[in-house]
Design a protein around this ligand. Sequence first.
Ligand code: BJ8
Length: 430
Amino acid sequence: MTTPFAIKAYPEMWEGLDMDVARFDKARQMLGTAYEKMYLSQSNRPQAMAYFDDLMAEIFGRRIEELLAVKKEGRPVVGTFCVYIPEEIVVAAGGVCVGLCGGSPGSIPDAEKILPRNICPMVKSAYGFKAGKICPYFQAVDFVYGETTCDAKKKTWELLDRLVPTYVMEIPQMKKGRDKTLWLEEIGDFKAKVEEVCGTTVTADNLAKAIVVINDKRRALQRLTKVRGSNPAPISGKDALLIEQMAFYDEPVRFARQLNELCDELEERVRSTTGVMPASAPRIMVSGTPMALPNWKVHNLVETAGAVIVNEESCIGTRYFKDLIDESRTNLDQQLEALTDRYMQIDCSCFTPNNERVDQVLKEYRASNAQGILHYSLQFCHTYNIEEIKIREACEKEGIPYLSIETDYSPEDVGQLQTRIEAFLEQIRG
Ligand code: BJ8
């Protein structure tokens, strides 16, 4: 008999982090149950997923202990909410960068005590985690670095600053020459803040090493994406999404090593045409707003209906790792410029115009051998909801089966989404 899955409890450590332990412990148990139901019930999972299951079991325990050890040595732990914040700089300073985007409905009531109800659930969930003291990552960070991407985020940082030191990077709205100059300056300010807090200097040498570390993590994620293009798919979309989510929490060198090990197994599966689902399962690509841990709602619905998700064009997905940083630069100024160049390639809908994203969606659709695109937008995310029109038009032009959904984290619309997803899959099955 197998023992039931549980996310491990570390009440004393949580107490030390000034958390609402009783409440958090209930959330921990519920998350463990959901994970067991959605993840461990999948058949024919790759063996190397055992590492990621263990990571999940220790997500609020061992990993937090590691962060606290980093802090004890005077190195920085920095929280971020967007893939525009260059984590290479934190790693160069010997620190750790963690993603704090919220993907859970449990913290939203805490946020709604102060924030308006009709804003993006990702922002509310993140703010609620800090306000309710129910996230050990939020409690462990030295400071957070927000950005001026969307209005919901940039105004929330002003309030979040009352609870945890919050700095803000100005992200331009366009990609002209002067925007690049501004961005380079902002990256310089970020570097200065990290250096000030941790008392370490970012040098050309430690930045070069950090660039390789993060490039290696992104290369491993690219490898995972590539292997998902095979039919039958060697790994489920749910498992791949989990890995993409874990990329924002785990130690980067270890993460890349473990993911490469999994990719070895997946490539072997491809050679022996072993899939998680039959080759006849409809192949769906998801495109749109990021799905922060533990937001598995849509993946679970699609895969429970017998299809497989083969790509996530999202910031918790390919937008995070499709571009690498030039490793050939040797002096600090050139390296910072290389960082700026790479980060400016991210095609977030907060930019205008952002036509390169439409091309990127089509490119990933072909590379993943998908048979349909599901556009996913979080409620009240105006930029993605409006940009969805251009993605839909491009799909119509190319004859790509297309479904657009707008949802939040609540289970209320699950029945309705299920009906729409099933109809979409029927259309693909023909
Ligand atoms: S680079 S996608 S991580 S901003 S979904 S909070 S935009 S209202 S997450 Fe994002 Fe950076 Fe862009 Fe990526 Fe606002 Fe929209 Fe919510 Fe969003």
